[in-house]
Write a protein that binds this ligand. Structure first.
Ligand code: KG4
Ligand code: ZN
Length: 383
């Protein structure tokens, strides 16, 4: 297999990333400029601010990625960039820059689906590849701030193909973590904060009804999907967010929440001790119970899909795959079902450009290059 150095560029949401990856697996550099401090005061990503920050960051981030990899613009073999899904204005910054580089350097340009990037993040840092005994079909759960998707992945030659067998009907899992953290006055982004706080509460304290995390149109469960006679495995997380809100209202937690929100505003970089000092037992129990309910639902549906489709391997990726309880539960339950489960390392679970360069490698081998006139696809599907 030929050696290839791919420069990956990622700008779909609130991280500007550039990375140099050798042959889809070996990371030579992986630079991520996070915009979290910019968006924190608004409690979520503001699209206009995101585009502006990408414009500021893109040139220095790419230069740093090349420098850290001890490479030059000339020494790389191809440029890969995220085409979608994501924020249109943000995607355009990365795409325009990648096109200019490819044109100026006369290098091939590869367009990558961000979700495929998350899936290929699993192959980084380890000798796991289609050639090295990876068993297909792979069932990939991509669980992030914008997506909760289940894909069956197969290979056709060097290229990977995907079939969606489930997705969220409303909020993505990461969105639920972020919204619950926001309504509890814990700040943004909520996933990493809830992850750390949950270990300090009782996960059995608050019982969420299973109806609160079932999608509304339950008649679809068990009904034949269009692509065969398998049921779909859809998710729904807006109900649990409402249930947390109801709990807050009925247990009159609002005053404590407002006090916490104000106190955290005055701390530039809150530590775990700050969060713990500002959270009473009832709040910690609520956070732990919420996380337990989310993890159980994600694991249960994914393993049910794995059994239904008789898959050989499980991948769990995307920002929420950084969650410790989710990883532990998947490991334990998948082992009981006899299916090997793989995750990216925790830092490669969230958005980065190494995963984009990794997903571009099979396309590089297949010569699947993009013409200069392709554009951002905010709602791009993965196939
Ligand atoms: O993949 P990602 O960086 O961006 C998207 O493509 O959406 O995922 C970000 C999401 C956010 O919702 C964030 O709260 C969540 O991933 N997240 C986590 C953890 N780390 C990030 N959720 C739960 N536990 C974590 N440790
Ligand atoms: Zn992502």
């Amino acid at each position: 297999m030929p050696d290839a150095l791919i420069l990956g560029i990622e700008s779909s949401c609130d991280e500007t990333g550039a990375a140099v990856v050798r042959s889809g697996q070996e990371i030579l550099s992986n630079v991520v400029a996070s915009q979290i401090p910019t968006h924190r005061p608004y409690g979520g990503v503001v699209p206009e601010l995101a585009s502006r920050e990408h414009l500021r960051a893109i040139v220095p981030v790419v230069r740093q990625a090349l420098a850290e990899a001890e490479q030059t613009y000339e020494s790389i073999d191809a440029i890969a960039v995220t085409q979608g899904p994501g924020l249109a204005g943000s995607l355009l910054v990365g795409i325009s820059f990648a096109k200019a580089l490819a044109f100026g350097l006369e290098k091939p340009l590869i367009a990558v689906n961000h979700l495929e990037g998350h899936i290929h993040a699993v192959l980084l840092e380890r000798q796991l590849s289609a050639d090295a005994g990876l068993q297909f079909p792979v069932l990939a759960l991509v669980v992030s701030g914008g997506h909760t998707h289940l894909y069956l992945a197969r290979t056709q030659g060097t290229l990977w193909t995907y079939e969606n067998i489930g997705h969220t009907r409303d909020d993505a899992a990461g969105e639920a973590f972020d919204k619950v953290a926001k309504l509890l006055g814990l700040g943004y982004p909520g996933g990493p904060i809830i992850d750390r706080l949950a270990a300090h509460g009782d996960p059995g304290a608050v019982k969420f009804q299973s109806s609160q995390i079932k999608h509304r149109d339950r008649r679809d469960r068990g009904r034949a999907a269009s692509a065969g006679d398998h049921p779909r495995f859809d998710f729904s997380y807006s109900g649990i967010k409402t249930a947390v809100l109801r709990y807050v209202e009925t247990h009159t937690l609002q005053t404590a929440i407002e006090a916490r929100r104000q106190a955290l505003k005055g701390i530039v970089k809150p530590t775990l001790e700050d969060y713990l000092r500002l959270s009473d037992k009832q709040t910690l129990d609520l956070v732990a119970s919420f996380q337990r309910a989310m993890v159980e639902d994600l694991v249960e549906k994914t393993l049910a899909a794995a059994a239904e489709y008789d898959v050989q391997t499980l991948f769990v990726s995307g920002g929420v795959a950084a969650n410790r309880e989710l990883r532990m539960t998947f490991q334990r339950e998948a082992e009981m079902q006899g299916i090997p489960v793989f995750f990216p390392s925790r830092s490669l679970s969230t958005d980065n450009a190494a995963m984009i360069a990794a997903a571009a490698f099979p396309k590089f081998l297949a010569g699947e290059f993009e013409a200069m006139d392709f554009s951002a696809e905010a709602g791009m599907a993965l196939r």
